[in-house]
Design a protein around this ligand. Structure first.
Ligand SMILES: [Zn+2]
Length: 213
């Protein structure tokens, strides 16, 4: 982690090395912290630097609204943006945990989510073009497109955690795993095949120890 040669590896992992992808946008953000290596594994934070956030966004442009995608083609990500995304990530994690446990969510997490969702406000404007047909241009109340993107993640979180899919949000029950997923089909029990295998192997070795031949 601190050797010169591992920096590239870290950046690579941030862009593509998430253990779980394909979840709704809000959970994609939550799952940028994960444990690598099971119960005695290490906690990995894949969203620490502007490069990390840049890579995370680049791999997920399809999850943002179509007009925003164009704005995000060459984002100027700063440390301040990273701090905002991390703050929202913590709020979403707290809210997902509360949802899964059936607990009342913390006021601070709710307030942060709702304030962030406001950054997603946009409207269409009529723009005449010289000699051609008029076109629709999208404007955001938040001029910084990265913060508008943060707003879309938050708005997606509102839709997920307060919407109909909320009942399907799960914390992976594998020991040592901290990932969240939406139970997309009836038999899905774990976040990934990897977690399922790990639990099966552990059960097997426990049984083997308890019942020596
Ligand atoms: Zn898992």
């Amino acid at each position: 982690m601190d050797g010169g040669g591992t920096v590239d590896t870290q950046a690579q992992a941030a862009a593509d090395g998430m253990p779980l992808t394909g979840e709704p946008l809000a959970l994609e953000l939550v799952n940028t912290t994960f444990v690598r290596g099971g119960v005695r594994g290490v906690l990995v934070d894949a969203l620490r630097t502007p490069e990390d956030l840049d890579g995370w966004l680049a791999a997920r442009t399809a999850l943002f609204s179509e007009p925003l995608r164009a704005e995000l083609s060459a984002p100027a990500v700063t440390g301040a943006h990273v701090a905002r995304f991390r703050e929202l990530r913590q709020a979403l994690r707290d809210l997902a945990a509360a949802r899964v446990e059936g607990a009342r969510p913390a006021d601070a997490a709710v307030a942060l989510l709702n304030a962030s969702a406001r950054l997603a406000v946009s409207w269409p404007e009529f723009e005449p073009t010289p000699g051609g047909p008029a076109r629709v241009v999208t404007r955001w109340s938040e001029p910084d497109s990265l913060l508008a993107a943060l707003g879309e993640v938050a708005a997606a979180g509102v839709g997920l955690l307060a919407g109909r899919a909320a009942e399907q949000v799960r914390a992976c029950p594998a020991p040592g795993c901290i990932l969240y997923f939406v139970k997309s089909h009836g038999r899905r029990e774990w976040c990934t095949v990897g977690c399922g295998n790990r639990v099966r192997v552990a059960r097997h070795s426990r049984r083997a120890k308890a019942d020596p031949v």
